[in-house]
Design a protein around this ligand. Structure first.
Ligand code: ZN
Length: 367
């Protein structure tokens, strides 16, 4: 049955039609029957499934808009007439429900998207980074390590002032302590195998009393840290802790994690080359998580105990490092004209080793 506005008893409403191509308004009449919205004008007529159209919500005196998929639209100023037209077919209910559904979906999808990003960041990203960390080729690790060391040597460190004899003595004593088996059966690093490492001594410069592990297994100890130690066992305790970071590839994992974020961001911005250039900075800025520190402490404590050394040695050293860096930070506040690289997080032991107090307590009770 064809419906025309002239049919008696059929609800109709006046509207203005815009075809979406010109600004010209066409006076039309709308009717609704059998789910089809019919539009009749002097030169225009169209019939559309009401479900294919978008009808705006009533908003004060503003005209209701009926939008067609092809870009055309109708403006209806007769609100009462429009409500009657839509109400007669239950369309009102269905579009309100559809609108609410759409809202519910929009909110739900935003919540899901945010949850996915957060979950990805907290769980997916660390897991992916760990997986990658154990599959990075040795050659790449070596390049990363030497590149970082070059930056550190240029920007912060100076050559060590330790005598060659002292360096050799510390090196061989630690090699002996951390060797699996070896001369004394009880002297061993925990785990199946000792990670390969390379011990380097440097004057810490602005980094002060410090020790750090690079992704390739390089452990740097500063003269200032060695001077801070009251006993060589305290130095070995710090080295054992750093060996724990290397064993679990913590530095590399933080680096990969940071790189993934940097990579995604730069890919989005469209400049991936900057990630490669920023790698040494990422190595330096890597902040170990509390979890990583706990793992490294446990590794270090196990290694010390296996060698008959008390884990308190590590706790004592942590306390001294904290005191030393607090003093340095206080001095720094008085010298604000210092260049920013010296003030920055680079090599800041406290910044890269959070929750020191907590760790000291854990180590002291790990007897
Ligand atoms: Zn650490």
């Amino acid at each position: 049955m064809s419906i025309s506005p002239s049919d008696p008893g059929t609800l109709s409403v006046n509207a203005e039609y815009f075809d979406g191509r010109s600004a010209k308004a066409h006076a039309v009449v709308l009717t609704l029957a059998g789910g089809v919205l019919s539009l009749r004008g002097t030169t225009i007529q169209r019939d559309d499934e009401i479900t294919s159209l978008r009808v705006s919500e009533p908003m004060g005196l503003a005209p209701r808009l009926v939008s067609y998929p092809d870009g055309a639209h109708c403006e209806v100023r007769d609100h009462a007439g429009m409500n009657a037209l839509l109400g007669a077919t239950n369309f009102q209910d269905s579009w309100v429900v559809r609108l609410q559904d759409r809202w519910r979906w929009a909110v739900a999808s935003v919540v899901i998207a945010v949850a996915a990003v957060v979950a990805g960041y907290y769980w997916g990203l660390p897991a992916a980074s760990e997986w990658i960390a154990y599959r990075v080729p040795e050659k790449m690790l070596a390049q990363l390590g030497s590149g970082t060391m070059r930056v550190l040597d240029r920007a912060i460190f100076k050559p060590t002032k330790l005598t060659v004899e002292r360096q050799l003595a510390l090196n061989s004593a630690f090699a002996w302590l951390s060797a699996p088996g070896g001369k004394f059966k009880q002297l061993a690093a925990p785990g199946d195998e000792r990670p390969s490492y390379n011990l380097l001594f440097r004057d810490g410069g602005a980094a002060g009393a410090n020790a750090m592990a690079l992704p390739d297994g390089t452990i740097v100890v500063t003269d200032q840290l060695i001077a801070l130690a009251a006993h060589d066992e305290e130095i070995f305790a710090v080295l054992a802790h750093e060996l724990g970071h290397i064993n679990r590839r913590h530095g590399l994992r933080m680096l990969i994690q940071g790189s993934i974020v940097a990579f995604v961001v730069s890919w989005y911005i469209g400049d991936v080359s900057s990630v490669a250039a920023g790698l040494p900075t990422l190595v330096l800025q890597a902040r170990y998580s509390r979890n990583h520190e706990r793992e490294a402490d446990e590794y270090g404590a196990a290694m010390l105990k296996a060698n008959g050394i008390s884990p308190r040695r590590l706790a004592d050293m942590l306390a001294k490092l904290e005191a030393s860096h607090r003093l340095k930070a206080e001095k720094r506040e008085k010298q604000e004209d210092e260049p920013s690289i010296k003030r920055g997080g680079v090599g800041d032991y406290l910044a890269s080793h959070p929750a020191t107090r907590e760790r000291i307590e854990a180590l002291n009770s790990a007897q």
